[in-house]
Design a protein around this ligand. Structure first.
Ligand SMILES: [Cu+2]
Length: 181
């Protein structure tokens, strides 16, 4: 099941629960209790509702943030393969176009003119990591590729007439050292 199907089922369950709550309210309204009873019930209901929302919020946060989608940028990457990347109107200059899978790659990203968006796309055209390419400043982006294949760098920030031409390609190869993906 892909993520979209999962979200669809979760949405259906959510809508179903809301519908049940409506039915419950309608059924309850058929037999009106006294004012004091209403007060107590509302208080109790509110307490449980609040608790349920807190638990739900924490649950959703934990479920969706694991695994955390952004690689730890503070990792000590001494064994990293370093790629210098410079963006210019309208191309990318990469110091190397071949890296090993399974070993962290450190992209040192900068710009020769205006701001660009440095974005890495996988063979399936999904975005994997991105950072800003700024003139006079080097942004460090750490990423460990797990799958060999052809990857692309695209510009994510409109930077002029031929912004769409800012495409560079590099290759990720299975590491010779036998590192498992
Ligand atoms: Cu651009």
């Amino acid at each position: 099941m892909n993520m979209q199907d999962e979200v669809w089922i979760i949405t259906l369950i959510g809508v179903g629960l809301v519908a049940l709550a409506f039915v419950w309210v309608i059924v309850q309204s058929a037999r009106p209790p006294g004012p004091q009873q209403v007060h107590e019930k509302a208080h109790a209901l509110r307490r449980w509702w609040f608790l349920a929302l807190v638990v739900l919020g924490i649950g959703i946060a934990c479920a969706t943030l694991r695994p955390f989608p952004i690689a730890d940028q503070q990792t000590n990457a001494q064994s990293a393969q370093i790629v210098d990347a410079i963006g210019r109107q309208w191309s990318w200059q990469l110091s190397r176009t071949r890296v090993d899978a399974g070993i962290p790659v450190e992209f040192d990203v900068s710009s020769g003119d205006v701001n660009h968006g440095f974005a890495i796309y996988g063979p399936d055209n999904r975005i994997l990591a991105q950072t800003q390419a700024m003139p006079g400043f080097t942004n460090r982006l750490l990423y460990t590729f797990t799958q060999p294949g052809k990857y692309r760098v695209l510009c994510l920030e409109y930077c002029g007439l031929a912004h769409h031409n800012m495409v560079a390609e590099f290759e990720v190869v299975a590491a010779a050292t036998g590192v498992q993906p």
